[in-house]
Design a protein around this ligand. Structure first.
Ligand SMILES: [Zn+2]
Length: 324
């Protein structure tokens, strides 16, 4: 803990006054120490380290973001960004950074593995995307998975730190998975203190707003977008990482997670209006993502690779104006 305490003794004033590259160096030192915690949390912690490293996700400090941390995913013009930004609050406490990093790291792993996570209006590399209703469901599932794994890792770390070094024994994977699934069922039903809504309602509002904004331009401009729905395999995939299944291991278990609670009347009305604008009758009438991919000779892995490919270079730059 000594090295870690020293890293977190930095003052805000000194931190703000530094250059961006120095702040990122600070972050890398802190993360290097935190990685030792993950390594001590048994097979699940070690899997986080290896699976997160495999995503090749970047991490840096961004003093301008409002959230404590955020994963930057698909960008309309810059393609797949795959970076986590942390704001200055990470200076407060090593365990908060551990907790935020676990949450965003799980999201990064979801985006590196799940085909459904690529089928979003922000992804300019593909024309297949989830219909609004299932985009909302996927957002909900991504958060249930990330928040419950964050909770699990925080609890494991508390146990580890409370015991003499080396004596922590992680529970079996089956016990961890049962606790995780219990938590995933209720974690979004808590009230979000900022707005007096549940987290679920806030996430749904945000997804509807974003979808509406993005599609207003993409649908009209492109015109050949294929709207799809989720199937139970997509649900299993989004919750299967770190060796743990948040949403079951078979279609019957996953189907239960697809029966989410009703939207509010306002959300339902907005969603119906978006569906009508897009010319969609009902979600049930759409092909699944797997069917749409198969019809185009694409595998899920191929779809993920296509989504992560760098955007084509823009044409040759004009010659600089000569200096006369
Ligand atoms: Zn999240």
């Amino acid at each position: 803990m000594g090295a870690l305490q020293k890293i977190f003794q930095e003052s805000w004033e000194a931190f703000n006054a530094r250059q961006q590259a120095e702040r990122d160096q600070w972050l890398m030192r802190a993360i290097g120490e935190l990685d030792e915690w993950y390594a001590k949390l048994g097979p699940v912690g070690q899997k986080f380290k290896s699976d997160f490293a495999a995503t090749k996700c970047g991490e840096h400090i961004d003093l301008d973001i409002r959230a404590r941390a955020a994963l930057n995913t698909h960008h309309m013009t810059r393609g797949f960004l795959n970076t986590i930004s942390y704001n200055r609050d990470v200076l407060d406490d090593a365990r908060d950074l551990f907790s935020s990093r676990t949450h965003e790291g799980v999201h990064a792993i979801q985006y590196s593995q799940s085909a459904a996570a690529q089928a979003t209006p922000y992804n300019c590399r593909v024309k297949i995307m989830l219909c609004p209703r299932d985009a909302i469901l996927l957002q909900e599932l991504k958060e249930r998975d990330a928040l419950s794994k964050q909770w699990l890792f925080d609890a494991m770390l508390d146990d580890h730190l409370a015991l003499p070094d080396g004596s922590y024994q992680p529970q079996s994977l089956a016990m961890l998975e049962a606790a995780l699934q219990n938590h995933a069922r209720t974690i979004l039903e808590k009230t979000n203190n900022f707005e007096g809504k549940t987290f679920l309602e806030s996430y749904r509002d945000m997804t509807i707003r974003d979808y509406e904004g993005m599609m207003a331009s993409r649908h009209q401009k492109e015109g050949d977008i294929i709207y799809v729905r989720l199937d139970p395999d997509d649900v299993i995939e989004i919750g299967h990482n770190l060796g743990l299944h948040s949403f079951g291991r078979n279609a019957a278990e996953a189907a239960e997670w697809m029966q989410s609670s009703p939207l509010t009347a306002v959300q339902e009305a907005t969603l119906s209006a978006i569906h009508a604008d897009l010319g969609l009758q009902s979600t049930a009438a759409l092909p699944t993502l797997a069917e749409a991919l198969q019809a185009r000779g694409l595998t899920k892995a191929g779809f993920v690779a296509q989504s992560h490919a760098k955007p084509p270079e823009s044409g040759p730059k004009p010659a600089p104006t000569p200096c006369l």
